[in-house]
Design a protein around this ligand. Structure first.
Ligand SMILES: *Cc1c(COP(=O)(O)O)cnc(C)c1O
Length: 367
């Protein structure tokens, strides 16, 4: 059996360091916004190349608080339209709704699964005030195009970088998290940088936004029991920050191993029934997921099951077809719908062995 993602094995590499960090945390007893959070915020900002990082409780909150922060600063207002990819994890779109903004669903480029500036441009109108670009599956979106588009049209650009920790753009060599006004990260356990529970962060160079976010995540309060704005409780847990400080040191190596596996898949899988992902071989992809397309997916899944290969589908139902979003079900988004019917994600993770990778290739070539 080849696991899709062996979280036990991934985290076991750090067992002793985690245990030391946990003991220290027990001794210090500074569980909320302690030194581990501050250290992680400094280290992760440095890693991404941004001036600031603000920890949050999870990735959805990171996205939502960016939008609410810009509302607080008067740069967005209730009812403004925000462009989002139609094929994304539902959190991207939920954040827009939670901030009382209006999502505009855009079809992706079927080759990269990401939105491109060319498509977005035709949807710009006077009510569109922001674009959320998602670096889906770990591959950076059309960074150059979208950065130019927002600067020519005076729009906010926001990154959903929940799947792209450490990806580096071919454009200006900037990292995910530093390609927009503000970026949201998730440290959900399965992400490229994953905690042992929930966690999230915003990275940005916008000092005003940081000040608002620091309040918003903490009951609108800088000083205990003094509430300046109507805030939330969405702090990055201090113990999770301690674990993330340990794992961050391994992130580049882990991403490099993911790319190595992806390259091996791309070279080894030779089957005309399977459409492999587009990859230019650069560091602009960190392969959160290795996603292929297949016509008769159920039959292919049977083949994987028979051969003991775990898989996932990122994602089986497009957001506008989710029951929770039935108000968007009338939207005509054929590219996204087609993608959702055909995609399947193969096992990929930094601890996969070469033998396991070769087995996956053999199984795929025998389909
Ligand atoms: C995981 C993920 C999120 C949400 O992160 P949580 O920490 O689970 O809230 C948002 N967007 C994308 C694209 C994700 O993959």
């Amino acid at each position: 059996m080849i696991k899709f993602l062996d979280l036990q094995k991934i985290n076991n590499r750090f067992r002793e360091e985690f245990q030391t960090a946990f003991s220290k945390s027990l001794d210090d007893a500074h569980f909320i916004l302690g030194d581990n959070v501050t250290k992680f915020e400094n280290e992760f900002a440095k890693y991404c190349g941004t001036d600031y990082c603000v920890g949050t409780a999870n990735g959805l909150d990171a996205l939502t608080l960016i939008l609410k922060g810009y509302i607080q600063l008067g740069k967005l207002k209730k009812g403004d339209k925000v462009i989002v990819p139609a094929n994304t994890f539902i959190a991207t779109i939920l954040s827009v709704l939670h901030a009382e903004l209006v999502p505009v669903f855009i079809e992706p480029d079927p080759k990269t699964y990401n939105i491109s500036a060319k498509t977005v441009e035709s949807y710009l109108g006077k009510d569109v005030k922001a674009i959320i670009m998602v670096h889906l599956y770990g591959q950076l979106a059309d960074t150059k195009g979208l950065m130019e588009l927002v600067s020519n049209n005076n729009l906010l650009l926001i990154e959903d970088a929940a799947q792209a920790h450490g990806a580096i753009s071919n454009y200006k060599n900037l990292k995910a998290g530093n390609l927009s006004n503000a970026a949201a990260f998730s440290f959900y356990p399965s992400k490229n940088l994953g905690a042992l529970g929930d966690g999230g962060a915003v990275t940005t160079n916008d000092k005003e936004l940081v000040e608002v976010l620091s309040l918003l995540r903490n009951y609108g309060s800088k000083e205990k029991y003094k509430n300046e704005i109507v805030g939330y409780n969405s702090r990055l847990d201090d113990l999770q920050a301690a674990f993330l400080n340990i794992k961050l040191k391994m992130l580049n190596k882990d991403n490099e191993r993911r790319r190595e596996i992806a390259k091996t898949y791309l070279k080894g899988i030779k089957n005309s029934k399977l459409k492999l992902p587009l990859y230019d071989g650069s560091e602009n992809h960190v392969f959160y997921a290795f996603v292929i397309e297949v016509e008769a997916r159920d039959k292919f899944i049977e083949h994987l099951n028979q051969n003991g290969i775990e898989y996932l589908i990122h994602y089986p139902i497009p957001p506008h077809k989710q029951y929770a979003f039935h108000r968007f079900s009338h939207l005509n988004l054929p590219i996204s719908e087609k993608i959702h019917k055909r995609i399947i994600s193969l096992p990929i993770s930094p601890i996969m062995t070469n033998t396991e990778v070769d087995t996956v290739i053999k199984v795929l070539n025998s389909y």
